[in-house]
Design a protein around this ligand. Structure first.
Ligand code: GLC
Ligand code: MG
Length: 724
């Protein structure tokens, strides 16, 4: 825990899509391998350098595919001391784009739990990036009772609005982008998050605000770091000759200060107003050059409409203001040349101009600042924050060319002023926009959270889950097994109380959660580590506060409740149980064995209507219908996989039909003395002990039989071996 000063933190980061490796990131290789990939690797590395951090595991999806580098298939890759990339298999092994990963995320979550069990250490915090990891991270954080941090990077609701503007219809958005699953995942993550890390205030106010679980009190602006190894002032390295040539071949006097814009050829980047500003300002025309670096082009006429329009207008404006010999407009450049453009402009005592109509973040401004180049930029969220912090330039109205021209003039005209801005930018970037400064804001926030230990809008937990650290589990039914004899219950509870920390406790019941909790409370039974409720159709952890979503998602298969009611309501001897017993994945009737059809007959009727379900009769009184994938037994098997516990480490006690499936198989079963007749068919089956003791006394007897609290023994099998 964070309350001891020397406790060092274990941070679990999750970033699922794209191609992630420790170095030579393939940025821009495809739409999923871009800024976010870089962000998470830099963040992990910077965290690893801090003394407060012991370990960072950066989890991503494992990709085994001939089309990509084999490193993306490696299970682990070291980034730096204590910092590792851990690759988790999920779905097909090949490389998949992020939009089609949704169905594999529950599997990813389960693998994350396995990883945690393997490393034998529950993280102190989970930080997820983008909607997909947000979904996984929230689920795992809830299951473990660990605080959760979310960074959206970009948001589904914003994308949806943009697609709608373009005229794309909803069914297409769904087919192409699975947009509503993305938005649901984001809502879930925002609901769970202790805090959200945003890059700018505007991102919070304009983007996160679109969400139902928007809560600005839980949002922190911590800008990402600039790559200071790539972007630095001209003093440190000469400008590549090719880059210099790309600019200078246009210019009559390359020695003049260079005013530079660098952006995509996109209307919203508003390059045209900059040319008006320059062309209409006599001082600039005489004393400065202008460089427009706007992507790459071969043949403008063959480009898509948006870019074609922008590029054509630029050429027309150069002609209109007769800027030949004054404006450089290079046709192409390589991504690795970008830092040289900034350095060239800085060397020429120029200025970087970002005239975009809106600018929520403005990474280019930071790159300019890191290169020692002062900036003039649109008065909007990103530039506001940046210039506010660094004091390295001027804000302008992007629609006012005169204003823009004057601001640029002011910067290039006065050498002292220029020097001050340049210096401020260099200092400010290091102070506010390096990864080092990012983590120096981030870590105190983390520590704060760990001190408070109340998480998110809903308090997701009061304590960390024991599940990853238990090595065996006692699982029992409630009615007629745990309860029925007060003295016997007392004996069992004493045993449980003395059991060591590595022994987990679970409940599996036909009752629904609220009912189960109330019953346990009334009988002074401590709340278990997990609940299997409603006959195995639901699983909850953390005192019931956290539902296992992946279990729920897994059940929705061949499940048509209305049809089932329609058929069974007509049958004699069946009466519906109260509404509170009818659950999303459980239909329950009272069963009158004298009048009602036998189980086999009911099964046939349902099958005739193409309904595939599970029918469970208990104590000849109750009839439950469940999806074929549900039962206490299947829920238990799922749990044992999820938490990495072998079945022989799970002790199971029950008394009636709905316990049958969980008693069968490799778990260590005990049937209490007062069992219902339908369990007689388990006589003689392996690993099922029929106790003499009734109710909880039968449980105690079974625990002793298997020596379950110490070194586990399976007596019949020992005998088999001796006599076989
Ligand atoms: C519990 C439930 C009931 C169910 C029965 C048998 O009594 O409340 O709905 O039918 O267990 O599973
Ligand atoms: Mg029972």
């Amino acid at each position: 825990m964070a309350d001891t000063a020397d406790h060092k933190l274990f941070v679990l980061m999750i970033s699922i899509h794209g191609l992630l490796r420790s170095e030579n990131l393939e940025l821009g290789r495809d739409a999923d391998t871009g800024g976010q990939v870089k962000y998470v690797v830099e963040l992990a590395r910077a965290l690893g350098k801090r003394s407060e951090i012991e370990r960072v595991d950066l989890l991503t999806r494992q990709v085994i595919d001939k089309k990509v580098d084999p490193v993306y298939g490696e299970k682990e890759e070291n980034i730096s001391e204590g910092v590792n990339i851990v690759r988790i298999p999920a779905g097909p092994r090949r490389y998949l784009r992020k939009e089609v990963l949704w169905n594999y995320l529950d599997g990813f979550s389960d693998q994350v739990l396995q990883h945690i069990r393997r490393v034998e250490k529950v993280p102190d915090i989970i930080h997820a990036h983008y909607a997909d990891a947000g979904y996984v991270g929230s689920q795992v954080a809830r299951l473990l009772g660990v605080p959760f941090i979310f960074t959206g990077h970009s948001l589904g609701r914003v994308k949806k609005a943009r697609l709608a503007e373009k005229g794309l219809e909803e069914p297409k958005m769904e087919a192409r982008y699975n947009i509503s699953r993305r938005i649901d995942a984001e809502e879930f993550a925002l609901d769970t998050a202790t805090f959200v890390v945003a890059s700018t205030h505007q991102e919070i106010e304009e983007q996160y605000k679109l969400y139902e679980y928007y809560d600005p009190r839980r949002m922190e602006v911590i800008p990402p770091g600039v790559d200071l190894d790539r972007f630095f002032p001209p003093k440190r390295a000469a400008v590549r000759e090719e880059v210099e040539h790309k600019i200078n071949r246009f210019l009559d006097d390359p020695e003049l200060p260079l005013v530079m814009a660098l952006s995509r050829a996109d209307e919203r980047k508003n390059i045209e107003t900059l040319i008006h500003a320059y062309g209409q300002n006599p001082y600039l025309k005489k004393n400065a050059n202008l460089a427009i670096v706007a992507g790459n082009r071969v043949d403008i006429a063959a480009m898509d409409k948006g870019a074609r329009k922008v590029l054509t207008n630029i050429l027309l404006l150069i002609d209109k203001y007769d800027l030949y010999g004054k404006v450089a407009f290079p046709k192409e450049h390589q991504p690795e040349e970008v830092p040289d453009f900034y350095r060239l402009a800085a060397r020429q005592h120029g200025v970087f101009v970002n005239p975009a109509l809106t600018e929520p973040f403005g990474l280019t401004l930071l790159e300019a600042a890191a290169s020692g180049l002062p900036v003039v930029a649109t008065n909007d969220g990103g530039p506001n924050d940046i210039i506010g912090n660094c004091n390295n330039g001027l804000l302008i109205d992007p629609l006012n060319p005169e204003d823009m021209g004057k601001a640029i003039q002011k910067v290039v005209q006065d050498k002292h002023y220029w020097k001050k801005l340049s210096q401020n930018g260099l200092v400010g970037v290091e102070k506010f926009y390096s990864w080092k400064s990012h983590v120096s804001t981030y870590i105190p926030k983390l520590e704060n959270v760990l001190k408070r230990r109340h998480y998110g809008r809903e308090i997701i937990s009061r304590y960390k889950s024991r599940m990853p650290t238990v090595d065996r589990i006692i699982l029992t039914d409630i009615d007629n097994t745990l309860l029925g004899d007060t003295k016997a219950l007392q004996e069992f509870l004493e045993l449980l109380n003395q059991a060591e920390h590595h022994i987990g406790f679970g409940i599996a019941t036909g009752r629904h959660l609220e009912d189960a909790i109330q019953t346990l409370n009334e009988n002074h039974v401590p709340l278990p580590d997990f609940f299997i409720t409603s006959v195995g159709s639901e699983i909850q952890y953390q005192h019931g506060e956290v539902e296992d979503r992946s279990w729920r998602n897994h059940l929705n298969y061949y499940w048509k409740p209305e049809k089932i009611y329609e058929i069974l309501d007509e049958e004699p001897g069946l009466t519906r149980q109260p509404q509170s017993e009818q659950r999303r994945y459980k239909i329950s009737y009272y069963y009158d064995a004298k009048k009602a059809p036998k189980k086999r007959q009911l099964m046939r009727k349902l099958r005739e209507k193409k309904l595939r379900v599970k029918i469970i009769i208990s104590r000849y009184m109750y009839l439950d219908i469940l999806p074929i994938r549900a039962s206490k037994g299947l829920a238990l098997r799922y749990l044992s996989m999820k938490w990495g516990l072998a079945p022989e480490r799970i002790f199971v006690a029950g008394d009636s039909g709905n316990d049958e499936e969980m008693l069968l198989g490799d778990t260590l079963g005990v049937v209490v003395g007062n069992h219902s007749k339908e369990l007689r068919r388990l006589y003689g089956k392996p690993r099922i002990y029929f106790a003499e003791g009734k109710y909880a006394r039968g449980i105690v007897e079974g625990i002793e039989y298997y020596n379950f609290l110490e070194e586990i023994r399976i007596p019949e099998e020992e005998n088999d071996q001796t006599f076989g």
